[in-house]
Structures are given as C-alpha cells and as structure tokens.
Design a protein around this ligand. Structure first.
Ligand code: A3P
Length: 363
C-alpha cells in the first residue's frame, strides 16, 4: 500500500516539474475539445481555413476551365480530355500527335482552294475534310472577291471560320477567287505565306460542266435554255471570247496573276480529272503539300456505280457521295465543235504548262 502511495507521489512530482503543461483529461468530449482548442491555435486554424478555401476555389476554377475547354484549356486538362468531337462530328481522339492542351478558336485559313470552278473543288474540299488535322468552311465565303464583304474586315472573315485546335489547318474554298483580279493581293495581305490549292481539269470538259451548271440554273427559273454551240461560237464563226465559261478555261490567263504575288511552291495544282478517276493519289499529294501526316487512307474511297463517281466510306457521313448538283450528266456536243474547242485551247494550255511547270494529259 505504501509503495503504491510512493509511486503516486513520484508521478505527481514528475508532472509538477515537467516543462510541458498538461491538461487533465476528464472524458472524450473534453479530450477532443482540448485538442482543437490547445493543439491547433486559433490563428493557425484561421490560416488553414483560408488555405482550404483558396484550394476549393482553385479546384472549382480548374474544373470549370477544363469543362469549357474551348474557352480556356490548359495542360492540367490533358488527363480529362481523351477525345474531342468537332463541330462537324469529326473525332480527333485517334490523333496521337494532337496536343489537347491547346484551346479551340476560329482561325484565319492557312490554306485556300482558289478554284477553278467546276473542276472538282467540292470533292477536293470534302475529301480533305476527312483528315483529322483539317477543318473546312462548308460555305463559299466570297470574301476577297466581293468588295462589300471585304470591307467588313478580317475579323468578320475569321468569325466565319470553323472552330479549330492550333495544330489543325483551316481551309476555305471559293472557286471565284481564281478568276478575280483583287483576290491575289488581298489574300497576300492577309497571309503572304499562305498555301493555295488550285484544281483544274480538261478545259473543254470544264467548259461543258460550267455551261451545264448555268443552264440548270436557267431551267430551274423557267428561263430559255440556249444550246452550247450557239453560245460559244460568235457571228464570225470563231470561239466567242466574251462567253465567261470559255474564258474561265484559259488557265494561264488567270494563273499568271497569282504568280505575281505567290511563289510557285505555295500553289499546289490538283488534277481534277485524276481526282475523278482515282482520288487517293491526288489527296495523298495534298496531304504532303500541307505538311500533314497521311491520314486519309485508300480504302475510304469506293466507286459508286449508280453515282458514277467515287464516294467516301465513313460511318459518320449522312451521305457518302456528293449531292445531286455534282456529277450532272453533260449534254452531247457536236464533234466538230469539240475539235474546234480543243484546237482553241491547245496553245493556251501549253502556256499554262510552262507557267505551272507541270503538264496534263489533255487532247
Ligand atoms: P459535273 O457536275 O459537271 O460532272 P465543283 O465542285 O468545282 O463545282 O466541280 C463539280 C465537278 O466535280 C463535277 O462536275 C464532277 O465532274 C466533279 N467531281 C469530282 N469528283 C466528284 C465526286 N466524287 N462526285 C461528284 N462529282 C465529282
């Protein structure tokens, strides 16, 4: 009994002499109360609360910016963005090189399909649109060739472009630029190192296609339709140079204007006839010209016998073939007139081949 009492006294002395002050604990609630009250001082608790609040605000902001990645997307969002579905339904998740930490915005085109009308500009644009690193404007903008639109300024033009990531190339197509006289300088002023795509085809076939389109427009409006022969031959029996479709097939006449502003290696010429008969090699060349990886594979193209043209084998497309206005049947043309037309264009084609440093298999 006395030894127990001695032990209690020693313990009590030790408590009293200790430099550390201890609180006597009575029950659990007192214990936790004491812990909060004495082990975490009020000032420290306040600081901890402020830090916690700041962390919550930062986390909320980060989640918000990642969810709205097109507004502001930083690298912290990378792990939350395994794939993107673009406005046109294009999924770029399979693009291993894509840097998803870049935000989407509307960018001025880095490439323009400048023409030529009825040479396959729509097919070219739609085929290129398959590429995950390309976004396109589906509507022709007529920005550089129309004073009213051009006066609206580049900011207006930029706003007509689709959303894109910084690694993607935006392509616009307006075939009327090729024959316009102002577009070259205006495009140059926007971007002197822009890349241009010009698609051309046999000038006589293109002329007939151009005529077919114009006559189709007249038919729709119940207007009088004139035979091609009557439009292309003037009163003296010569080729009528005033007829616009005739002019538009004189390629060198317009191409020379583009070479005044752009280096030849900035303009890639696509063979529209080959794009019809075998699109893959032509598209492959365009991918190289644009400095892109070859992502448009051969087996995406298949020949559709009822359409009479190649179509695209992609599940997401509502219509794998181009619309009815593309690939219309052409009228039969008098063989003598055809010979006359080919004779007319042959020397002019030669001038174009020299300028372009490239030749084509036209009769
Ligand atoms: P036609 O309708 O006279 O046959 P653009 O798009 O520049 O207006 O050119 C239209 C031409 O593109 C068509 O002229 C057609 O010959 C050609 N074309 C090229 N590939 C095509 C495709 N896959 N489907 C339909 N037309 C195509």
């Amino acid at each position: 009994m006395s030894s127990v009492s001695n032990e209690e006294n020693n313990l009590s002395d030790w408590f009293t002499n200790s430099t550390v002050s201890y609180t006597r604990l009575r029950n659990i609630s007192d214990w936790s109360h004491s812990l909060l009250k004495y082990q975490i001082p009020k000032s420290v608790r306040r600081k901890l609360l402020i830090i916690l609040f700041i962390l919550i605000v930062c986390f909320t902001l980060m989640i918000y910016s990642c969810v709205n990645c097109y507004v502001n997307c930083t690298s912290v969002c990378t792990f939350t963005k395994p794939s993107y579905i673009l406005a046109d339904g294009k999924n770029v998740s399979h693009n291993v090189n894509a840097s998803y930490d870049q935000h989407m915005s509307r960018r001025l085109p880095q490439c323009i399909i400048i023409g030529v009308r009825k040479a396959g500009t729509r097919a070219l644009l739609e085929y290129l649109n398959i590429h995950p690193d390309i976004v396109v404007t589906s509507k022709e903008q007529h920005f550089f060739n129309t004073d009213d639109r051009y006066s609206l300024g580049l900011e207006y033009y930029r706003n007509q472009m689709p959303l894109s990531f910084s690694h993607q190339i935006t392509i616009e197509k307006t075939p009327a630029y090729f024959t316009d006289l102002m577009s070259q300088e205006r495009i140059y002023r926007m971007n002197s190192s822009i890349r241009l795509l010009l698609i051309i085809r046999d000038p006589v076939v293109r002329l007939v296609s151009d005529y077919t389109q114009l006559m189709y427009g007249k038919k729709v409006k119940n207007k009088h339709v004139i035979a091609l022969e009557d439009l292309i031959i003037d009163r003296n029996g010569d080729i009528d140079l005033d007829y616009k479709p005739i002019q538009r097939s004189i390629y060198y006449h317009y191409f020379i204007n583009w070479l005044e502003f752009f280096r030849r290696d900035q303009i890639h010429i696509v063979d529209g006839d080959k794009l019809i008969s075998n699109p893959y090699p032509e598209i492959n060349e365009v991918e190289s010209f644009l400095g892109l990886g070859h992502r448009i594979s051969k087996d995406l193209f298949y020949y559709n016998a009822s359409k009479g043209f190649f179509c695209v084998n992609l599940d997401k497309l509502d219509n794998p073939c181009l619309g009815e206005s593309k690939g219309r049947p052409h009228p039969e043309v008098d063989p003598d007139i055809l010979t006359e037309l080919y004779d007319f264009y042959r020397p002019r084609n030669k001038m174009f081949f020299e300028l372009a440093n490239k030749s084509f298999d036209w009769p």
